[in-house]
Design a binder for this molecule. Structure first.
Ligand SMILES: Cc1ncc(COP(=O)(O)O)c(C=O)c1O
Length: 388
């Protein structure tokens, strides 16, 4: 059969590649972002109850109303805004579906979307499938700060979308309220929509507060904001996320959603709704929970040759291996799998044109014992390098 690929250069994601290599080599996988500890048993019980109660048929296309009401209540607590669950909140298959739907809703053939490297890998393929193209702005380590003059210079008459991600995976940095003001100024009076990937909204460290587009006086009117219960409830396999956007954008998003997934697993939505009703402040402890893990890992690695780069948010931690090797990060990461039996995620695959750097991403959403074992293996590997 003859056909031409729409994404000829897209291969398997770096997460799948590294997880597969970890299995092949029997390595401890602290690369891909998923918890290795159980979900709250009350959430599990809530799911069993939802199935037993017969919540097993199609959910409403927009999402179970009780869940959207809980989401609206949560958003009001977090961002001080009363959102309409009926017209401004849509439940999706993870944050990933929300990103895809939003991109399909606003990007047409020939349009441009601006994204910031290192960029989460779901953005560009979705833009290209919509017929658009990405203009990628590279952020430089270790600060990964946005140069807003460069953004202004990158905007053209064809720019329709700017995708931001804060807290940012994989740089572990966050955008400030001032950054959002700059962004608002960039899109003011232009036909540009913002897609804000905020799946790590609750994981900011050292007392930082999340600057959400949902709470921004201007951006709230021209943005899709994407969230994920996978992150908030430590349940990445449940694949439940949601998108918050003003009614006009939500209408367009739902046109894609209804022919993409149509509606999302019914008992899971009911289970989360009941669980949130009974435990409304479940997200309040997340930052402290992950900060303790970040600090545990960083304390063990400091001075080893895998130098922790200060992380402001997300459930990842970057380490700089520059003192041990100047090898390319993808090569070095593969060597770590073979020789240290540790799988990590290199940063260069998240760039179109990677700057020189020696950084690896570790996932801290792991039991303390896993993080300690990972640190021991990394330290032992580093000690072998310095002896050699
Ligand atoms: C930055 C970012 N956006 C979106 C997602 C996707 O979220 P979900 O697993 O809910 O689809 C992830 C998951 O790792 C992520 O790190």
């Amino acid at each position: 059969m003859r056909f031409s690929s729409k994404l000829p250069d897209v291969g398997t994601t770096i997460f799948t590649v590294m997880s597969r290599r970890a299995l092949e080599e029997g390595a401890l996988n602290i690369g891909q972002g998923f918890p290795d500890y159980p979900i709250d048993p009350r959430l599990a019980e809530s799911l069993t109850a939802a199935v037993a109660e017969g919540r097993n048929q199609y959910a409403p296309m927009e999402g179970v109303v009780e869940l959207r009401e809980e989401i609206a209540a949560k958003l009001e607590r977090s961002y001080g805004r009363a959102l309409d669950p009926l017209t401004e909140i849509t439940v999706t298959c993870g944050g990933t579906e929300a990103l895809y739907d939003a991109i399909q809703a606003v990007v047409s053939p020939g349009d441009e979307a601006i994204i910031f490297d290192p960029a989460y890998d779901a953005y560009e393929p979705a833009v290209r499938l919509a017929g658009g193209r990405c203009l990628r702005i590279a952020l430089s380590p270790p600060a990964f700060g946005v140069d807003w003059d460069q953004v202004r210079r990158t905007v053209t008459g064809r720019t329709r979308l700017i995708i931001i991600n804060s807290p940012q995976n994989p740089s572990c940095t966050v955008l400030s309220a001032a950054d959002l003001d700059e962004l608002a100024a960039v899109i003011r009076d232009r036909p540009i929509t913002v897609l804000a990937d905020e799946v790590y909204e609750h994981v900011l460290y050292d007392g930082r507060r999340h600057a959400s587009v949902v709470a921004h006086p201007e951006l709230k009117d021209s943005s899709f904001a994407v969230f994920s219960f996978g992150k908030t409830l430590h349940a990445t396999g449940w694949r439940i996320g949601y998108c918050v956007a003003p009614p006009a954008l939500t209408r367009e998003l739902r046109k894609v959603h209804q022919f993409n997934t149509f509606s999302i697993v019914s008992p899971l939505q009911h289970a989360i709704a009941k669980y949130l009703a009974a435990n409304p402040d479940v997200a309040a402890g997340l930052a402290g929970f992950f900060q303790a893990k970040r600090d545990l890992l960083a304390a063990r690695l400091r001075g080893s040759g895998f130098e922790p780069v200060p992380a402001a948010g997300t459930y990842f931690q970057l380490v700089d291996y520059g003192a041990l090797s100047q090898d390319r990060d993808t090569d070095f990461a593969d060597r770590l799998i073979r020789e240290a039996k540790i799988a990590t995620i290199p940063l260069s695959p998240f760039y179109a044109a990677p700057p020189p750097m020696t950084l690896l991403r570790l996932c801290i959403a792991k039991q303390d014992a896993t993080l300690e074992a990972a640190a021991d293996r990394l330290c032992a590997f580093a000690a072998r390098q310095t002896r050699a």
